[in-house]
Design a binder for this molecule. Structure first.
Ligand SMILES: N[C@@H](CCC(=O)N[C@@H](CS)C(=O)NCC(=O)O)C(=O)O
Length: 208
């Protein structure tokens, strides 16, 4: 069976910000009919996620032959090739590497935000490391400042916009830092992007 006939399983919760990146890409690329979401529990040692991805991280895309792909950027590249497009990441050239670098910057916001959330999830109250939390806050602050200085084009849905919107959506949801008041251009970018790209709202976690 060629990849063009295959259907896929995505291991992710609907609240995972990296999973949201992939769910948005699936929607944008018109692949929703071909991908089934199977929730994963990263804390459950018996969840097959740890066999599929030894890191025990989601999202993880399972191909028909059992092959597992992980890393949201890797999965998105696979999906856009499957869809026969290069709208999310240029196939080659300087634009490709510029976009992948900015996408890494956006993902770094999400990584740091997750580490702040995990600090409080895995440690007992009173034992949180303020030094560690500050270290992560610094990363988020510097990355947000870089995007505030040069927000992307809100009318363009690519791997940068997907990663950045999911990072900001996660900051809004978990609130490890307050970002809106001191990043007005970025807040405006998110509002404009959400108007331009309905997959952002469609990929939001249910509120109930
Ligand atoms: N670089 C990975 C990061 C994935 C990641 O950190 N996923 C989180 C959930 S949003 C996770 O699985 N955390 C569980 C853990 O770290 O054990 C990607 O882009 O997919």
């Amino acid at each position: 069976m060629s990849a063009n006939d295959q259907s896929f399983v995505l291991r992710s919760t609907v609240t995972s910000p990296f999973g949201r990146k992939v769910r948005m890409a699936i929607d944008v690329l018109g692949l929703s009919e071909r991908v089934t979401l199977h929730p994963a529990d990263t804390l459950d040692g018996n969840d097959t996620l740890r066999q599929q991805n030894p890191l025990g991280k989601m999202p993880c895309l399972l191909l028909g032959d059992g092959t597992a792909l992980y890393g949201s950027a890797v999965i998105i590249e696979f999906l856009q090739e499957l869809a026969g497009r290069d709208t999310l990441v240029a196939a080659q050239g300087p634009a490709r590497y510029a976009a992948l670098t900015l996408a890494t910057l956006a993902d770094g916001i999400t990584d740091a935000a997750l580490l702040m959330v995990y600090e409080k999830r895995f440690r007992d109250p009173g034992t949180y490391s303020e030094r560690w939390l500050d270290h992560q806050r610094g990363k988020i602050g510097r990355a947000l400042a870089a995007f505030e200085a040069a927000p992307p084009d809100p009318a363009k849905t690519d791997i940068v916009a997907i990663g950045l919107s999911c990072a900001l959506g996660y900051l809004d949801w978990r609130r490890p830092v307050q970002w809106r008041d001191n990043h007005p251009r970025l807040a405006a970018w998110l509002a404009d992007f959400a108007r331009h790209e309905p997959a952002f709202a469609r990929s939001a976690a249910p509120t109930t």
